[in-house]
Design a protein around this ligand. Structure first.
Ligand code: ARG
Length: 456
């Protein structure tokens, strides 16, 4: 392409090193879409004849069809997808193909292509997250009445509906949808096309036309920023990293819950693996891999942040490294969601086991203190009395539910027979009716809200 200035071809190893085709070829459709918008604009401002425009549009359309049908394969000798398509077009239509790159540079071309590509992919990720939210919500609905221990510090804390615990993850994923949508909105706000190499152009181009044709709100305000900005990649990868944090926390719980120590759930055979030596094993590999891939997505974000931090304006070849990072993060997130959703949908919750776990650990102690408070005792006094009773129970190897009334009454005369009903697990959970609380009724209200969110 630049044979005029050079006497020698690029060294073979250097050429391979320089080429981005093997990973940027996935943006072929976006590259063609951008080129058609650019050519139409060149024609409408009088830079490109109608005849050349017709050849270019038909040529590019045919190239896209040939790539998609497999007739045309990517030539790995091309430096990148932009050069490959322009070269192929020129091969097919001659001089008209050579006119396409007027008032354009690969610098603004690639900046627009990545945006077009990521905008569509981000919508796919949003759809996948919504499917995950739905699977979680369905499990939560089915387990609204399932009593389980809620934890702090991984110590049994208070009894809750297991559905309530699951819905906490639906809330996280709901925010992830918001974060990705925000990133997409900014990605779509400004179109870099027309920034050219870095300084704009002396041609009378119409940047508003290309921006509108490609679905952007407006042209970018500054041509140097237009070609050197990769914030949209960083923002999307940040949102992906937060999303992966959530998927990883959920995976960690799935791993714990499916262990014999907990046995709160049984994963479906189709999402677990066995061991090559231990015949009894059923391992939660999918959840472990999701937890594992989280590190890799964080790494992709860290890699691009580091690549960008020392770059002088405007375009530098270092920026070609943006694509492998963002594509890897994107592919990882999609794969994780595609496995997580059916794994959640098919897992069996074991209510007897969650109930049994809730019976130990004095998780109704707060409710016993509240019982005294409702009879007029200040909370701190009640808290202290219940603490002393718990210590006595541990000594006598009993639980609050079978600690004798006579012994209770040694601590306070406010204790009466009705206390046992007040501290039963069912009462503790069913009465947590405060908005967003752990009761089955609250779970049902949350489920309604989520369905309304998903329907939007
Ligand atoms: N393959 C390049 C990239 O991905 C395209 C832009 C190259 N521009 C240039 N002047 N070398 O960043």
């Amino acid at each position: 392409m630049w044979a005029g200035r050079f006497q020698k071809a690029l060294d073979k190893k250097a050429d391979d090193f320089n080429s981005s085709l093997r990973f940027d070829c996935r943006m072929y459709a976006q590259d063609i879409r951008g080129s058609i918008a650019h050519a139409k604009m060149l024609n409408s401002v009088g830079i490109l004849s109608a005849e050349d425009l017709g050849l270019i549009v038909n040529g590019l359309t045919a190239i896209q069809a040939d790539i998609e049908s497999g007739v045309l394969s990517f030539d790995t000798n091309a430096e990148d997808i932009h050069m490959f398509i322009e070269g192929e077009l020129t091969k097919r239509i001659g001089d008209a193909g050579k006119r396409l790159h007027t008032a354009r540079s690969r610098n603004d071309q690639v900046a627009v292509d990545i945006r077009l590509y990521l905008r569509d992919e981000a919508e796919t990720v949003i759809a996948l997250i919504k499917e995950a939210i739905l699977a979680i919500t369905q499990q939560a609905e089915e387990n609204a009445e399932t009593i389980a221990p809620g934890y702090t510090h991984l110590q049994r804390a208070q009894p809750i509906s297991f559905g309530h615990h699951l819905l906490a993850y639906a809330m996280m994923l709901r925010r992830d949808v918001g974060r990705i949508s925000d990133a997409v909105a900014r990605m779509n706000a400004e179109c870099p096309l027309g920034s050219c190499a870095l300084a704009g152009t002396t041609y009378p181009i119409d940047r508003a036309q290309t921006a509108a044709a490609l679905g952007f709100d407006a042209p970018s305000w500054n041509s140097i920023d237009g070609v050197s900005d990769r914030d949209f990649c960083l923002e999307l990868m940040s949102a992906f990293s937060v999303l992966m944090t959530h998927l990883s926390r959920l995976s960690e719980e799935i791993i714990l819950w499916s262990s014999w120590e907990f046995k709160f759930i049984e994963l479906d055979d189709s999402y677990t693996t066995g061991s090559s030596i231990m015949p009894q094993k059923k391992n939660p590999d999918m959840a472990e891999l999701i937890r594992g891939k989280t590190g890799r997505v964080y790494g992709d974000l860290q890699a691009l942040l580091t690549t960008l931090k020392g770059l002088p304006l405007a375009y530098n070849k270092d920026m070609q490294e943006d694509k492998e990072a963002i594509f890897d993060a994107l592919d990882s997130v999609k794969m994780c969601l595609e496995v997580l959703t059916p794994m959640i949908a098919t897992m069996k919750v074991l209510p007897k086991n969650t109930y049994r776990a809730a019976q130990k650990g004095f998780i109704n102690a707060t409710d016993l203190a509240d019982y005294l408070v409702k009879k007029g005792m200040p909370f701190r006094t009640a808290y202290k009395i219940v603490g002393t009773i718990v210590a006595e129970c541990i000594e006598k190897d009993c639980v609050l539910d079978n600690f004798p009334l006579a012994d209770y009454q040694k601590h306070s005369e406010l204790f009466a027979e009705d206390l046992y009903g007040e501290i039963s697990l069912e009462t503790c959970v069913n009465k947590r009716l405060s908005e967003g609380g752990a009761s089955p009724a609250s779970v049902k209200a949350q489920v309604e809200k989520i369905h309304a969110f998903l329907a939007k």
